[in-house]
Design a protein around this ligand. Structure first.
Ligand code: AMP
Length: 172
């Protein structure tokens, strides 16, 4: 837990694979500011190959460490508000999207509810998420793995690192 009982820190993953990708990520950051959420740190943006059978463009991804007067499902509501703001239409599951905001980690929390699983299961499956989270919160301990995020990222380097390959991005 961070500064007070009704606040927490969370690692959020932003992603877009419909143009203008960078502007959709900027819009998400603007919305965080509007809602009084502080962005404490952020990763560079990466191009990431889509995962799954649906042909679609590469994603532009970025992770941010945010702090706000929110707990658990409050983070999910914020993420969904950002997606709605970006005009996201829920069509094909796992299909292309203007904006995807996922809750990757909430400090000291492990949640399994119908609408929210934290840590996000993709953290252990998508190397770019683990690598990004290790830049932001290397010392946070994954509640079910019992290892720090930095240790998990190091372990991943020797294993499945090639899955979901990513490259540094320019501005779009
Ligand atoms: P997505 O297609 O990535 O937008 O995710 C679809 C659903 O995943 C949403 O309706 C959320 O309720 C659910 N979900 C479960 N856990 C999470 C999480 N950690 N972050 C974001 N969405 C989540």
């Amino acid at each position: 837990m961070s500064s007070s009982d009704d606040s927490s820190q969370a690692v959020l993953a932003l992603g877009s694979n419909l143009q203008p990708r960078a502007q959709w990520l900027d819009l998400a950051l603007d919305l965080l500011g509007e809602k009084g959420i502080q962005v404490l740190a952020s990763t560079p943006r990466w191009n990431t190959a889509p995962i799954g059978a649906i042909p679609q463009p590469d994603y532009l991804n970025q992770l941010v460490l945010a702090r706000g007067t929110l707990r658990g499902l409050g983070w999910l509501k914020l993420a969904q508000a950002a997606e709605v703001r970006a005009g996201r239409r829920r069509g094909v599951s796992k299909g292309p999207r203007t904006l995807d905001v996922d809750i990757i980690l909430i400090e000291g929390e492990s949640l399994t509810s119908p609408g929210l699983t934290v840590p996000h299961p993709g953290l252990l499956q998508r190397p770019y998420l683990l690598r990004g989270a290790a830049q932001l919160v290397p010392d946070w301990v994954h509640p079910t793995e019992g290892l720090s995020i930095a240790e998990l990222a190091r372990r991943d380097l020797t294993g499945s690192w090639a899955i979901g390959s990513s490259t540094p991005s320019g501005s779009s």
